[in-house]
Structures are given as structure tokens and as C-alpha cells.
Design a protein. Structure first.
Lengths: 128, 111
């Protein structure tokens, strides 16, 4: 059974870089069938897609965050990572990682695009 | 402000049928498939419906999805107390070089 687990600091200072790792068990990030994604949820608010990565390193990012986000994959350690730089209080959120059933943008459009399963999430607070 | 519009709240009594709407535009729902997630209190979201109307294994057939034009709906029949949760619609938006988008969420209360 595939499981994902987020890990990383729960507190980050403003202007610094938020770094999280998602460790995958019961499956492989090297799978050619899936992308691996990050989604966040500010306290009491809705969900926001951050970006997704394929095992080859190909990425899709949310344009609203693209200038500050880097997602990478480490197939040897079976995990993928998120880095968000120049954080502010607005980046305070529960950060989830998830397997992304994603076709990518093809000539036929995006034919599949859902997240399943999700990690339990980790709260990251941006504060001095 | 979410790209997809959902009512902030919905309610029903046990056994009732409720529907939750999700309104978008031609660049998102109008041209891509819609998914629905259920988020129980204090837990991570779980996919309930994918590709407009497909249920993952383990999801009861009380849950159903549909799409028409630039809108989609989630229907829950035979409402149960354990259905009390937040529900989010999601799809891909072709604008701005493409991005995944979620609705603002609907809090379902079982009275």
C-alpha cells in the first residue's frame, strides 16, 4: 500500500527558504505512470496546488509560485522535495505531498489530473 | 478568490440527497475533467470522484459526479453523519500556461 510522509522544519523565518521532503513507501518515485505533487492549505482555507514532478525531473509549477518554487526528485532515496524561497507569513500552511495521476499537457489536453493518495500533511509556520 | 466557485456551505438530514455545485469557465471545467475531494476534519483530502464521474475503489456509490458545460456537481444520496466534511472540486486550467486549480470548498453539515 502506497504511503507518503512529509518531513521538515515546522517553523521558518520570513525571507528564508522552506524545505520539505516527501518520503514514499510501498511504491517507487521512479514509476513511469505517475507524477508526484505538492499541495498546500493555509489554516482554515482551501487547497492550492504548488507543483508536480515526474521521475525524470520534468516539472509543472503553479505560475503564481513558480518564481519561488523548486521541486526535485531523488530516485535513489525514493523521495521528492519542495523548496520555497523568500517566504512570508502568507506561506504559513499545511503542506501535503501526494501521488499525482497526471497526463501532463498533451495534444489532447490534460486527460487525467488527480491526487491519490495524500500524505498526512505537515504544518509549516512562517514567523520570526 | 478561487478560479472554481463552490457554495461555502451545504446541509442535509440523514437519508437526504444533497448536491454541491462547482462553477468554472471554458478554460478549466469547460475543457478538462473534474475531480472531487473529501476532507474529513483534521485529515488530509481523499479523492472521491475523478474524471467527472468515476469512483475509486472503496468509495460508496452514494457519491456521484457529473459535468455539464462549465459546471460540475457532486451528489451525495442517503446522507450519513460521517459524510460531514469539506468537499473540494478540482480541475486543470489551460490559462497562464496551465495550472491545477481547486474550488474554495464546501462545508457539508449533517443536521
Amino acid at each position: 500500500q502506497l504511503q507518503l510522509q512529509e518531513s521538515g522544519p515546522g517553523l521558518v523565518k520570513p525571507s528564508e527558504t522552506l524545505s520539505l521532503i516527501c518520503t514514499v513507501s510501498g511504491g517507487s518515485v521512479s514509476s513511469t505512470y505517475y507524477y508526484w505533487g505538492w499541495i498546500r492549505q493555509p489554516p482554515g482555507k482551501g487547497l492550492e496546488w504548488i507543483g508536480s514532478i515526474y521521475y525524470s525531473g520534468y516539472t509543472y509549477y503553479n505560475p503564481s509560485l513558480k518564481s519561488r518554487v523548486t521541486i526535485s526528485v531523488d530516485t535513489s532515496r525514493n523521495h521528492f522535495s519542495l523548496k520555497l524561497n523568500s517566504v512570508t507569513a502568507a506561506d504559513t500552511a499545511v503542506y501535503y505531498c501526494a501521488r499525482h495521476e497526471f497526463s501532463g499537457m498533451t495534444v489532447f489536453g490534460v486527460t487525467k489530473n488527480w491526487f491519490d493518495p495524500w500524505g498526512q500533511g505537515t504544518l509549516v509556520t512562517v514567523s520570526s | 478568490q478561487s478560479v472554481l466557485t463552490q457554495p461555502p456551505s451545504a446541509s442535509g438530514t440523514p437519508g437526504q440527497r444533497v448536491t454541491i455545485s462547482c462553477s468554472g469557465s471554458s478554460s478549466n471545467i469547460g475543457s478538462n475533467t473534474v475531480n472531487w475531494y473529501q476532507q474529513l476534519p483534521g485529515t488530509a483530502p481523499k479523492v472521491l470522484i475523478y474524471n467527472n464521474n468515476q469512483r475509486p475503489s472503496g468509495v460508496p456509490d452514494r457519491f456521484s459526479g457529473s459535468k455539464s458545460g462549465t459546471s460540475a456537481s457532486l451528489a451525495i444520496s442517503g446522507l450519513r453523519s460521517e459524510d460531514e466534511a469539506d468537499y473540494y472540486c478540482a480541475t486543470w486550467d489551460d490559462s497562464l500556461n496551465g495550472r491545477g486549480v481547486f474550488g474554495g470548498g464546501t462545508k457539508l453539515t449533517v443536521l
